[in-house]
Design a protein around this ligand. Structure first.
Ligand code: SF4
Ligand code: SF4
Length: 321
């Protein structure tokens, strides 16, 4: 990203976005569970301060927050959403849900969520074809993938019709599932060279790097081939600090100190039945069944606080604070 202005072209997608992308998972019911009006207010404030790029997903169940924010600002931010659809029918349902719940005729960015390799991309070919057709018809502006793997980024490069990628990048390489940080950066740089837009995720390692937030954001900021970075936020303090850091300014020491104290926790309620659904959902291998009571436990050193396990629990046992 280096020292370009705060507003940049997202590859050759034709979209102009802020270098800070507002990650909306932390404010959603899966995490902080802000009231929709409160979340919308924060999004609107971010927009008025130049953050026109907002990241969500069908999984986050927070379209209402974005809908309220769009109505309040009376302008169109670049909203990126994601679907797990693997068929034409499911992709159609995802697109229609997003258009209806966001109250938008055109969705700026639609991504296939959590792609892992050429094989998973092939397995989602029908959904991808549908999204590309919807782009041709003008219902979507850009199509891409999100991924924690190098293999998926390389598969996307081979699939030239994809406009953009949303890869996992942080200075420690936390959460990269199939190789080193250097290999991920090499794949991302090659994707950018063929014209893809790049916006990074997990820049703060899912909260593990909050103690060194200046270095974490500074690292991604100096990567020329990363156009924007999505950072999850649910408070004004986070917005203030991230806006400063993404623009190369130093936030106040007290603000940095407060953010460094903010440790994230994943809590599993006592009523966990040990059914195991969440274990399959965790791609980081952070969950395991404990010996006692057959209740799920988390290894905090592996968890990147993505919140995906919580969405898969039929008993609503998993919460992230
Ligand atoms: S335990 Fe849950 S929040 Fe943590 S990495 Fe796994 S799926 Fe994500
Ligand atoms: S999905 Fe919920 S109930 Fe099932 S093992 Fe996981 S936390 Fe427990």
């Amino acid at each position: 990203m280096s020292d370009r202005g705060f507003s940049v072209q997202l590859g050759t997608s034709g979209l102009q976005v802020s270098r800070l992308c507002f990650g909306t998972l932390p404010m959603s019911p899966l995490q902080a569970n802000l009231a929709p009006e409160e979340g919308a207010k924060l999004l609107a404030e971010a927009f008025h301060r130049g953050v026109n790029f907002w990241d969500t997903a069908e999984l986050y169940v927070n379209y209402k927050y974005l809908n309220l924010a769009v109505k309040s600002i009376q302008a169109l931010p670049v909203i990126a959403t994601k679907t797990y659809a693997d068929s034409k029918e499911r992709a159609l349902a995802s697109l229609e849900k997003a258009r209806k719940e966001l109250d938008l005729d055109v969705i700026p960015v639609f991504l296939l969520h959590e792609q892992e390799s050429a094989l998973t991309l092939k397995g989602h070919a029908a959904a991808l074809d549908f999204l590309l057709n919807a782009r041709e018809k003008g219902f979507i502006q850009a199509v891409g993938i999100s991924s924690h793997t190098i293999a998926a980024i390389e598969a996307a490069i081979d699939f030239q019709d994809i406009n953009l990628i949303h890869p996992l990048i942080n200075f420690q390489g936390l959460g990269i599932k199939d190789g080193s940080l250097e290999e991920m950066l090499d794949a991302v740089a090659r994707a950018e060279q063929v014209g893809m837009g790049v916006y990074a995720m997990k820049v703060l390692g899912g909260g593990h790097l909050l103690g060194d937030v200046s270095r974490a954001i500074g690292f991604v900021r100096q990567l020329d081939y990363v156009h924007s970075m999505a950072i999850g936020m649910s408070s004004r303090d986070e917005l203030d600090a991230n806006l400063d850091l993404v623009q190369g300014r130093a936030p106040s020491p007290s603000l940095l100190h407060d953010l460094a104290q903010k440790r994230r926790t994943l809590m599993i309620e006592d009523w966990c039945s040990g059914c195991g659904s969440c274990l399959e959902r965790c791609s980081q291998g952070a969950l395991y069944l404990g010996q006692e009571m057959q209740r799920v436990q988390v290894d905090p050193s592996l968890c990147i606080f993505c919140g995906y396990c919580g969405a898969s629990c039929p008993e609503f046992c998993i919460k992230i604070f």
